[in-house]
Design a protein around this ligand. Structure first.
Ligand code: GLN
Length: 390
């Protein structure tokens, strides 16, 4: 008899663990400081925890509506009206169990077998496997350091008659960069010219440190009816384990995407949805989270620069990237991350682990900065000491 494990789908049998799970596992095992996977060590704001406790005591614990609590769909639409000038009806919002489920539901509903989907490298690691699972073909276009800008000619060259969609992550994880207004206008023109659906992972929209409000690709001319905008309460409030996200698109499209969501997770815990709705409605709460992360970001960036590490420019997300060669480190990124977690006691993410399609930069690693000041100072000291001994 064959081993039942050998009879499982080869898609998953031969798939490695995500780099985030791998590095967090090593950090736990080794007791290292975890600046790899992105999550804050501090709890979400007390007002959000109060809202959760009240919802848990007072509200139903049974299945909420498949598309999400009406109160949260309304609160999401209001939040984007206030913060980004979007005019959305609650019908355009589908609540999901985290942004990754929103990405999955969207890809399953958008991509038919044989369709091609344009992605950009580096990319969040869930996109391409989900496109393949839907029977689609991911086609990668490389972004180049240090600015990771979008190259129209390269995008046009990747588009064929079979291209159905483009996946844009703005602000971009892992680089922490933001698409320029020119990039957004160009991406919109390309989508309209080639009749593409834009799947926009905008989970970092509220985590910006350059003083600008996020501008969604959805706002560009011709994009309202062809964009799926994806957001995350986990990122807005620093509550990644809550797994409350949403997708937003024209109501007729949202109804179809909801059909995919109904057979993935169906619903999301109602007490979390109530609390997020209250959090989004609370003036200044989302901004207070970003203001706190601006403080800790400053500690990591200043500390690294003081120790002679060369940072790539960034303006958003919980991450900053280090150029290893320019920091005097003659290691490739994967070797750096594996050795640093063992030898320096600091976990990081190698950028090439988030790259497909050839030509990966192999000298850049990502560090997460939404950690207590003492943790960050300790991590900088460990990395500098270890580098000096290499
Ligand atoms: N978004 C997180 C990061 O970039 C990872 C999420 C996950 O591990 N699935 O660190």
């Amino acid at each position: 008899m064959t081993d039942p494990a050998q009879r499982l789908s080869p898609v998953y049998r031969d798939m490695p663990l995500t780099i985030f799970e791998h590095m967090s596992g090593l950090a736990r095992h080794l007791g290292a400081i975890n600046l790899g996977q992105g999550f804050p060590d501090e709890p979400p704001p007390p007002a959000l925890l109060d809202a959760l406790a009240r919802a848990s005591a007072e509200k139903s614990h049974q299945y909420p509506p498949m598309a999400g609590l009406a109160e949260l769909r309304r609160a999401v639409a209001d939040f984007y009206a206030r913060t980004q000038g979007l005019a959305l009806s609650p019908d355009s919002v589908i609540v999901t169990s985290g942004a990754t489920e929103a990405v999955a539901s969207t890809i399953l509903a958008v991509v038919a077998p044989g369709d091609e989907v344009v992605l950009f490298a580096p990319a969040y690691d869930a996109y391409a496997p989900l496109v393949r699972r839907a029977g689609g073909v991911p086609v990668f276009v490389a972004l180049r350091p240090p600015h990771w800008g979008y190259d129209r000619a390269a995008i046009e060259a990747a588009i064929t008659a079979r291209t159905r969609a483009i996946i844009v992550n703005d602000p971009l994880n892992p680089t922490g960069t933001v698409a320029s207004p020119q990039d957004l206008a160009m991406l919109a023109q390309v989508c309209v010219a080639h009749d593409l659906i834009a799947i926009c992972d905008e989970v970092w929209e509220n985590v910006r440190f350059d003083g600008f409000a996020h501008a969604s690709l959805m706002m560009q001319p011709g994009m309202a009816g062809r964009t799926v905008k994806i957001g995350s309460a986990g990122k807005i409030f620093g509550a990644t384990g809550w797994k409350v996200g949403w997708l937003i698109t024209a109501p007729a499209m949202a109804a179809v995407l909801g059909r995919a969501h109904q057979f993935l997770t169906f619903t999301t815990p109602p007490m979390l949805q109530w609390a997020v709705a209250e959090g989004l409605d609370t003036p200044g709460l989302a901004q207070s989270c970003t203001a706190r992360w601006a403080q800790t970001r400053g500690v990591l960036l200043d500390g690294l620069m003081r120790e002679g590490f060369a940072l790539l420019p960034s303006a958003a997300t919980w991450f900053t990237c280090i150029d290893l060669a320019a920091s005097g480190i003659a290691l490739d990124d994967r070797t750096f991350s594996e050795r640093a977690v063992h030898e320096a006691g600091v976990a990081s993410i190698p950028i090439s682990a988030l790259w497909e399609g050839g030509g990966a930069p192999t000298g850049i690693i990502r560090l997460c900065h939404c950690k207590p000041e003492t943790t960050l100072s300790d991590a900088v000291g460990r990395l500098a000491h270890w580098r000096d001994g290499l």
